[in-house]
Structures are given as structure tokens and as C-alpha cells.
Design a protein around this ligand. Structure first.
Ligand SMILES: Cc1ncc(COP(=O)(O)OP(=O)(O)O)c(N)n1
Ligand SMILES: Cc1nc(C(=O)O)sc1CCOP(=O)(O)O
Ligand SMILES: [Mg+2]
Length: 208
């Protein structure tokens, strides 16, 4: 059976890692308490994406932390990742589910309350509440949900949810207090001077 913990979800971005290797950021983050890792590299050749995926899969295996691939079903299959994250403009979820199989984790971003309601009918494993706050890390987003929106989505969602966008030490506890099952972050860990300490501090906010 697939089991996963959305509590503290690291989404990678090498451009925001202050020149440090991706493996360093990911391993330090996991040592600090990250429970899921998503390989999200937008400016990457297929070969490089595949090679990064293989390396992260090997790195994460001893920690039993799932590796999720962003956008690219082919890469998720090729590296035998634990799952795939898709958005509303990516491959249809039915196609992803059919090709991934039932044992892999499939995450879907929801950008509106209507999409959150619709997601209850879908054979997916979790939803990303997208975005909670505006963030310079990703600017092609819908209007932010805000804390009230997280509360509203959490109250109707059948699937576990993870909140993403602009989350850091100053607001993580408030996001969790709305009923979110976890937080997903890029810069709060990848751009931290000490990614392990940053993950530990965020984990404390998540677990209370
Ligand atoms: C956990 C999580 N939630 C939301 C997203 C955003 O996905 P998407 O809308 O497909 O946008 P891109 O990340 O592909 O730019 C995510 N990646 N992870
Ligand atoms: C990858 C991603 N997806 C988002 C969404 O709203 O769907 S926001 C985002 C980037 C989040 O970065 P940071 O933690 O640095 O704000
Ligand atoms: Mg996407």
C-alpha cells in the first residue's frame, strides 16, 4: 500500500539553492524532517531531469521519503518515482493515473473552490492548495486562497491536502491551524543558510 505524509513537503528549485548542489539541499532537508520531496526543475533537459531523478531516488531510499516528480509523467515512470504532481494545465489526471498505476502517488493542484470540489470525485491521492500566498518563486498562479481559503478547502476536501505558496516560519503554524495536512515549500528551505535547521524549525511549526 502507498503511504505518505504531507507534513513537510520540499519542492526543489536549483535556482533558489544559493549555488549548492541539489543533493545537499535535499539530504539536509530530509535530516531536518522533510517528509516528501518533489523534483521540480523547470529549466532542465529531459536527460538532466532523468539523471537528477535517479540520483534523488537513490538518496531518498534509505530515508523512506517518497520522491514525487513535477509535471513529467515520462520521467516519473522512467525513474520509478513514488509519484507525480500535476496541475490544471498538465496532463489529464485520468491519463496520469492509468499510466502510473494505482500504487503510485498522484497529486493535483487546485486553484479555486470549484476545482477543490471537483477534486473530491477524482482518483487522486492528495491536492495542493495553490497558492496560499503570492510568492516570487512562482508568479503564474491564480488569486491566492489566503488563510480563509485554506480553511474552506480543508473543510470540504476528501483527499489529504498540502498548502503551497509563500509559506515560511512566520505563517506556517497559521496555515496548519486552518486544517491543512501539511505545507509545501521551496525558498524557506532551499534558500535558507542552513537547510537542515530551516526544515527542523518548520517541522516544529507543523507538528506543533
Ligand atoms: C505540492 C504542489 N502543489 C502545487 C504545485 C503546483 O503545480 P502546477 O500548478 O502544475 O505548477 P508547476 O509547479 O508545474 O509550475 C506543485 N508543484 N506542488
Ligand atoms: C511550486 C509552487 N507552486 C505553487 C502554487 O501555487 O501552485 S507556489 C510554488 C512555489 C512555492 O515557493 P515558495 O515556497 O518559495 O513560496
Ligand atoms: Mg505543473
Amino acid at each position: 500500500m502507498k503511504s505518505f505524509d504531507l507534513g513537510l513537503y520540499l519542492v526543489t528549485d536549483r535556482d533558489l539553492s544559493l549555488g549548492r548542489p541539489l543533493e545537499f539541499i535535499v539530504e539536509e532537508a530530509v535530516k531536518g524532517g522533510v517528509t516528501m520531496v518533489q523534483l521540480r526543475e523547470k529549466a532542465c533537459s529531459s536527460l538532466e531531469f532523468y539523471q537528477l531523478g535517479i540520483r534523488l531516488k537513490k538518496l531518498l531510499k534509505p530515508y523512506a521519503v517518497p520522491l514525487i516528480i513535477n509535471d513529467r509523467l515520462d520521467i516519473a515512470l522512467a525513474v520509478d518515482a513514488d509519484g507525480l504532481h500535476i496541475g490544471q494545465s498538465d496532463l489529464p489526471w485520468e491519463v496520469a493515473r492509468r499510466l502510473l498505476g494505482k500504487d503510485k502517488i498522484l497529486g493535483l493542484s487546485v486553484e479555486t473552490m470549484e476545482q477543490a470540489e471537483e477534486s473530491n470525485k477524482l482518483d487522486i491521492d492528495y491536492i495542493g492548495i495553490s497558492p496560499v500566498f503570492a510568492t516570487p518563486t512562482k508568479t503564474d498562479t491564480f488569486q491566492p486562497f489566503g488563510l480563509e481559503g485554506v480553511k474552506a478547502v480543508s473543510s470540504i476536501a476528501r483527499h489529504p491536502n498540502v498548502a503551497i505558496g509563500g509559506i515560511n516560519m512566520n505563517n506556517a503554524a497559521q496555515v496548519m491551524a486552518q486544517g491543512a495536512n501539511g505545507i509545501a515549500v521551496v525558498s524557506a528551505i532551499s534558500s535558507a543558510e542552513n537547510p537542515r535547521l530551516a526544515a527542523e524549525a518548520l517541522k516544529n511549526e507543523v507538528t506543533g
